[in-house]
Design a protein around this ligand. Structure first.
Ligand SMILES: [Zn+2]
Length: 292
């Protein structure tokens, strides 16, 4: 497919760092006790991804499910108290990550969208993807292209882009990797990044350690490499995948590797939506249902 890229002409946010915090909480040092807690919600959206980060009254949504789960996603976000999304992150433009993104953009006030670096994967676009871009354009929502080191402040937390994908012919390896650091927890995500994304992060020498980690690519065997995990060393690992999905996610070896480093594993296919936050000083995961 020739012609100009479909994302050209989108409004671009000039600043490299944007504060979405309320004035009362901005500039608070790490560990301050203003009571602005962090909650991670790994929404059960079947064989797809949608993660909501809440810090104080602010929200970041990372990916937006598939189109089959659009109503559930909107409902879950509303139930979590979302009206405004301070930052919407598209890790990569596959349908199981952006299928309901146009609906999210229509339903909620989205202040800014973080997009992957499409120059690294000059691939044909899809109608789903174009719908998202059209919605962003129609509403004139500022966008920014991921770049390692880019940061976004949400209350007392900061999202930092650690990796912006690798040159690839596969959208998975275009996935944005990032960490959310807040006084009460740290969280690492790599989208559907596979060994190329993980190696790129290892090569860059960035600090990968995180208390909470969403296993890359729905727990596939192509992600969560042993060396990579030895740097992340998560206390809690989340796998977002569908019941009896056709890909066989999560891979049994991936589960073994996560067990071997001592991570507590939670799965949306077995336990529904998973909520992680700190209670009485302890990091806790609460599940919508008990694993069968
Ligand atoms: Zn995916």
């Amino acid at each position: 497919m020739g012609g100009p890229s479909p994302w050209e002409g989108l409004p671009v946010f000039e600043s490299s760092s944007v504060s979405a915090s309320s004035p009362a909480s901005s500039g608070a040092p790490s560990g301050s006790a203003s009571g602005e807690t962090t909650t991670l919600r790994f929404l059960d959206v079947g064989q797809a991804d949608a993660t909501l980060i809440q810090q104080g009254s602010g929200f970041i949504l990372i990916d937006a499910a598939d189109s089959a789960h659009d109503e559930e996603l909107i409902h879950d976000l509303q139930a979590a108290g979302v009206q405004t999304i301070d930052l919407l992150v598209m890790t990569h433009p596959h349908a199981d990550h952006i299928g309901a993104m146009a609906d999210v953009l229509e339903t909620f006030t989205v202040k800014q969208v973080l997009l992957p670096d499409f120059d690294k994967a000059p691939l044909p676009t899809t109608r789903t993807f174009e719908k998202v871009l059209e919605q962003i354009e129609t509403q004139n929502i500022p966008t920014v292209t991921a770049e390692p080191g880019w940061t976004f402040t949400l209350g007392e937390g900061t999202l930092t882009v650690l990796g912006a994908g690798v040159e690839t012919k596969d959208y998975n390896e275009l996935s944005i990797a990032g960490r959310f650091d807040s006084p009460d927890l740290t969280y690492l995500f790599t989208g559907d990044g596979e060994s190329g994304v993980e190696q790129d992060l290892l090569d860059s020498g960035v600090n990968l350690s995180a208390q909470v980690y969403k296993a890359g690519h729905h727990g596939s065997s192509t992600s969560s490499g042993e060396k990579f995990l030895s740097y992340v060393r998560p206390q809690i690992a989340i796998i977002s995948c569908g019941v009896d999905n056709e890909y066989g996610h999560p891979n049994p070896e991936t589960l073994d590797k996560l067990n071997a480093i001592g991570a507590q594993i939670y799965r949306t296919d077995l336990q529904g939506t998973i909520t992680v936050h700190r209670v009485n000083g302890q990091l806790q995961a609460e599940t919508e249902k008990e694993a069968a």
